[in-house]
Write a protein that binds this ligand. Structure first.
Ligand SMILES: Nc1ncnc2c1ncn2[C@@H]1O[C@H](COP(=O)(O)OP(=O)(O)O)[C@@H](O)[C@H]1O
Ligand SMILES: Nc1ccn([C@@H]2O[C@H](COP(=O)(O)O)[C@@H](O)[C@H]2O)c(=O)n1
Length: 203
């Protein structure tokens, strides 16, 4: 199994890049795990307590479960990936049956911060987009898709997102094998990653 880790700050385009990579690859050959599915289970907290969680700090992630799931997949065992709700700020209770594939992509803002997880990646990719570009994208996406308003996004940006990005996410570039500039859609970089995957998929 080839495991590719794709990191980068919020709004840099990780999900978009993953979808672009998957387009034109044979369906079902590449599996995806999203770090967002592994936000800690916070069912014991009230909604008001949950909105105050710092979701950009590594301790907000259940890395133990993520690492164990990846190990299971490597052994050929399917996993039940939790489903996360950005509206409820919690896991929904549903899971997605995720089968092991020849190539697994793991994507998320903090996946390179955890040394044991990082060591499991054969290829580490960091997607870069400028800070202002990421904030604009995040504003548009969180308002249209994640049930947020302008004040929520901006206060989260100032209070946690920006400082956590500087402290934990940006320094992870050092570990990257490939850095994809993604201020604009980067077809060439996506093609290169797809070629690497295609080579692995060849019989
Ligand atoms: N290169 C790009 N140019 C313009 N918009 C982009 C680009 N990449 C992603 N986006 C848009 O920015 C938003 C955030 O992208 P997304 O892939 O969800 O980022 P991430 O997963 O890194 O948080 C989405 O609305 C997406 O359509
Ligand atoms: N309940 C939550 C959980 C996370 N976030 C934010 O999501 C960002 C990571 O996801 P991306 O798809 O943008 O990479 C992260 O910056 C968290 O602040 C949230 O807003 N609410």
């Amino acid at each position: 199994m080839l495991i590719i880790g794709i990191a980068g700050g919020t709004g840099c385009g990780k999900t978009t890049v993953v979808n672009q990579i998957l387009n034109e690859l044979p369906e079902g050959e590449v599996g995806v795990i999203s770090q967002d599915s592994y936000y800690n289970d916070t069912s014991h907290l009230s909604y008001d307590e949950r909105i105050n969680i710092n979701f950009d700090h590594p301790r907000s992630i259940d890395f133990e479960l993520l690492e164990n799931h990846l190990k299971e997949l490597k052994k050929g065992i399917p996993i039940h990936q939790p489903v996360y709700s950005f509206v409820k700020h919690n896991r929904t209770g549903d899971t997605i049956l995720t089968h092991p594939r020849k190539v697994m992509i793991v994507e998320g803002i903090l996946i390179l911060t955890h040394p044991e997880l990082r060591d499991m990646f054969d290829i580490k990719i960091f997607v870069h987009a400028d800070t202002d570009e990421r904030l604009i994208r995040r504003l548009k996406r969180d308002i249209s898709e994640r049930g947020r308003d302008l004040d929520e996004v901006l206060s989260r940006y100032q209070n946690t997102l920006k400082p956590m990005h500087i402290q934990f996410i940006e320094p992870m570039k050092e570990y990257a094998d490939i850095i994809i500039p993604n201020n604009k859609h980067n077809i060439v970089a996506v093609d290169i990653v797809r070629t690497i995957i295609n080579n692995k998929l060849k019989p």
